[in-house]
Design a protein around this ligand. Structure first.
Ligand code: GLP
Length: 241
């Protein structure tokens, strides 16, 4: 693991965007994996700046998102599809054909998950995956105890995860109880991974990921076994290392 600790959020945002840009400059038809949540928002803003400044062109890329709430339509304001179009894809002027997220309204979630894995495989896998981390160590929506080999699957969200994400909803009861998520096994097949964590509430999860045993209780700990992982932290998230 290649770990960098920064003083300012703005440094993480710029470095994260630089790493994405470097990937796309090296391989213009990169398959990029994206995460949602608050943490990557600054990176997405910097990517848009770079695109508008003519530094990098995403027109040949394909994207896959880690997860989507089960039961939310893509135009629901709390869906991850809505988040991605609002915060990144529209500003990068991506074609919907380039973009992939699990369908939160899929009638047959199991079939949807297998089709999602097939789409990733058809494009020869994910080249570069951005990850956040949940305060319980989850990556994507792979909750503690999930099998490390998991493919994309329907997940029952823990009370802690629903609580952590309730801030985005008007009423905590509206937080869906399930999600479709790439499995930890799917994430591990990405050729390169950049994980970002900021704030003191991530410090325990970051310590377990980096220094703890490789244990499904902290899903991110499996990243110790991945050959190309870069971790971008602020000092609060790195405090327990
Ligand atoms: C959600 C997402 C994860 C994300 C995590 C952390 O649970 N499924 O992909 O990493 O939240 O979010 P935040 O960056 O808002 O702390």
């Amino acid at each position: 693991m290649n770990i960098h600790v920064f003083e300012e959020q703005s440094q993480i945002d710029r470095v994260g965007a630089l790493l994405v840009a470097a990937q796309v400059l090296r391989k213009p038809d990169s398959v990029l994996g994206f995460a949602t949540g608050s943490t990557p928002l600054g990176i997405y803003r910097q990517m848009v700046e770079m695109y508008r400044g003519g530094l990098v062109d995403f027109s040949q890329c394909y994207t896959f998102n880690l997860d989507e709430y089960y039961g939310l339509a893509p135009d629901h304001e709390q869906s991850y599809a809505y988040y991605m179009w609002k915060n990144l894809f529209a500003d990068l002027e991506l074609d919907p054909e380039q973009v992939n997220l699990p369908d939160g309204l899929a009638e047959n979630p199991e079939e949807e998950c297998w089709e999602y894995e097939e789409k990733i495989a058809d494009l020869d896998g994910i080249d570069f995956q951005i990850l956040g981390i949940g305060r319980n160590g989850h990556i994507g929506f792979n909750e503690p105890g999930s099998v490390f080999e998991a493919h994309t699957h329907l997940v029952d969200l823990t009370a802690d995860t629903r609580d952590a994400n309730a801030r985005f909803f008007d009423n905590p009861e509206e937080v869906p109880s399930q999600a479709l998520s790439m499995g930890t096994g799917s994430i591990m097949r990405a050729r390169e991974i950049v994980l970002i964590a900021t704030g003191s509430e991530k410090a325990d999860a970051v310590a377990a990921m980096v220094n703890g045993p490789v244990d499904p209780a902290c899903q991110a700990s499996i990243l110790q076994c991945h050959p190309v992982v870069t971790i971008l932290l602020d000092q609060a998230a790195a405090a327990k290392l």
